[in-house]
Design a protein around this ligand. Structure first.
Ligand SMILES: N#C/C(=C\c1ccncc1)C(=O)NCc1ccccc1
Length: 252
């Protein structure tokens, strides 16, 4: 059909771009040799069929569009090893039994962080929270469902005009309740920056910093998430307040 044709064209277009590592370097991407090797391993396993361009850049790294198995659009998040924030990342892993004996080197922290984001996405999805479905993680590379269409990522909440703010608010609240009560997680960086609007529904992203309820700072992180969400929706005329939202999330 037309759609398949477009995907095939995309794959050919991308493949022309990366027939070998020289091309990726030519594109001035932040790939060190080991990351490149990991990407080619994913390609040989058919997990990545063709790499696309950058759809999002953070100080911690880049997110690329790509075509994966069954010609599905995927997102490839690659954390920069040399990121300056790896000390801050350590604070989020404090007291998390899942990361008790990691190497406290920059690379060790980044690799553990990538695994943490993958597992947090799995837990969130299992609890019924709409997140990009996690696919694979290796070293500093996280592969997940692409939230968008034909290489165009869905916009962040902060960049859209909501038709029904009340409905979006209620949906996000239901996800915060499920994260806390089912997944036993606090997002810890929730705001209009980390919620995409796709097909008129919210999708929560960026769960690398999410912590388990028994993390020493989980209550403060939850209060900050609640504050961000109430601030944003109050401005849109939604009736909401921090205390009621905090109670709704934490009460069984
Ligand atoms: N996940 C994710 C993101 C987008 C995305 C879009 C479409 N589908 C899936 C994910 C994203 O921009 N995260 C911010 C970020 C954090 C760290 C490094 C780079 C970028």
């Amino acid at each position: 059909s037309k759609k398949e044709k477009r995907i095939d064209e995309k794959i050919d277009e991308y493949r022309i771009k990366i027939k070998d590592s020289e091309d990726l370097k030519l594109r001035g991407e932040v790939f060190d040799t080991a990351t490149l090797k990991a990407l080619y391993t994913f390609a040989n396993k058919g997990i990545i069929k063709a790499m696309g361009g950058v759809v999002s850049t953070g100080k911690e790294g880049n997110v690329f569009h790509a075509i994966g198995a069954e010609d599905r659009e995927i997102a490839i998040k690659i954390y920069r090893i040399a990121t300056s924030d790896f000390r801050k990342m350590e604070d989020y892993m404090l007291g998390d039994p899942r990361f008790a004996n990691i190497k406290h080197t920059q690379k060790g922290i980044i690799f553990a962080w990538t695994q943490k984001e993958f597992r947090n996405l799995q837990r969130a999805a299992e609890a019924g929270v709409r997140v990009p479905a996690p696919i694979e993680a290796d070293r500093n590379i996280l592969i997940m469902e692409f939230i968008g269409k034909d290489g165009i990522p869905a916009p962040r909440l902060r960049d859209v005009q909501l038709a029904e703010p009340e409905h979006i608010y209620r949906t996000i609240v239901s996800y915060m309740v499920a994260l806390y009560q089912e997944a036993k997680l606090v997002h810890s960086d929730l705001s209009e920056f980390n919620i995409l609007l796709y097909e008129d529904e919210p999708v929560i992203i960026d769960m690398g910093q999410s912590v388990l309820l028994d993390h020493p700072m989980s209550r403060e992180f939850l209060q900050r998430d609640v504050k961000n969400i109430v601030r944003y929706f109050k401005k849109l005329g939604v009736k909401c307040d921090e205390d009621s939202l905090l109670t709704e999330i934490t009460t069984k």
